[in-house]
Write a protein that binds this ligand. Sequence first.
Ligand SMILES: *Cc1c(COP(=O)(O)O)cnc(C)c1O
Length: 440
Amino acid sequence: MYLSDKRAKKFKKTLDRLYVDLEELLGSNRVPCDQETLLHMQDAFGAQHYHREHGLVLDHAEGCFVWDKSGKKYLDCIATYSAIASGHGNIELIGAAIAQLFKMTSAPNRFINDTQPQLLKEIATLTSQDGVILMNTGAEAVDTAIKGARRWAYREKKIPENTAQIISAEGNFHGRTLNAIGLSATEKYRKDFGPFPKGYIKVPYGDIDAFAKAITPSTAAFILEPIQGEGGIVIPPDSYLKTVREICTRENILLIFDEIQTGLGRTGMLFGGCWSGVHPDGVLLGKALGQYVAVSAFAARKDVMDGFDPGSHGSTFAGTAFPCAVALKSLELITRDNFALVHNSLHMGVYFLGQLRALNSPMIKDVRGKGLFIGVEFDPKVASPDLVCATLLENGLMAGVAQKTVRFTPPLVITREEIDLAILIIERTVQELSSKKTAA
Ligand SMILES: *Cc1c(COP(=O)(O)O)cnc(C)c1O
């Protein structure tokens, strides 16, 4: 028994009330605000660090759909930047979360809990790595990988202290901390946030010669996305990752894949790196690892993990019972029935890509992707990616902007019928934008 009878009774009563008194259970401090009031509060008290979709406040979600406060329904082709794999409101995931909240949420990380060991083993097995460190956000996992690579470089590769270099690829996205934007070459992420940590070298993505030339005796690691996400769904040339792997092995450089977005089925394979058959020395996971909760991980070879000794790394909430329980369920859902969800991503991705190409619109300049990791370039002379997304939203579809590309990353549970709906909305949007342009 986890609970005294008294607490169990109280809890059962609460669960029974969930659907009837949801608003009340969420808290009396949440006054039922209309959209206008909430928008005003957000503007008044929040920073302006996101391009907001103005005029709407999201309220609730189920499966592949999200509703705003006015009751308008949207097909979600952003899925919280690929985090939502099993769809919104997945009852098993919610159940696992509630059950763990009930049992124990967190305890100091000096003590081992009964969920973290299982999650560590599961991640190590899925990634075929020797060890795992859990963090909260993706950017923190990136920081962890940098620390791990540097320790390894000094202690194993015997590079002189404070000289280690990490190579990254231009157009990357590794998150928003100073280290993550230190790895970035994208001006809008970096402007007026310097000075940045030293030791980061950037090379063009997909360019083997540039990578080979950037290597010095002090190179510790090459960190890159197997397919760039925020960079605009950029798929590297065929043999690129294979050759990168060969060079890293030859030069004793760690190859670290940032699979925070491409990982766990998004691209139709368990990992984006599977498309090239390349096994990295370290892997970063986040987003779909926790789906509804921030959980991230750095998994790596034993000699890299061994660099982390007591006191060298950690975070208050990372690896506590609650996020681990949710992530364990998330991985169970993704791997269940012989990876059925990953297969769905692959098959629905092929269907989505095919239907997009079949639109055959002169306004669509390029369609590319793997699995449900899809980018479309629209003719910028007709409409900017921002205008395309705003019009899609008006028509009931949420899509994301990634540089010059409009990105479609629906939950991995999406069905053929839902993709047909997406195509219908995209087709209507393209027609509207083209006729507006012709009229102008
Ligand atoms: C989203 C993302 C990150 C950062 O994750 P956060 O949880 O937002 O910190 C890092 N790398 C890639 C490839 C991502 O897509």
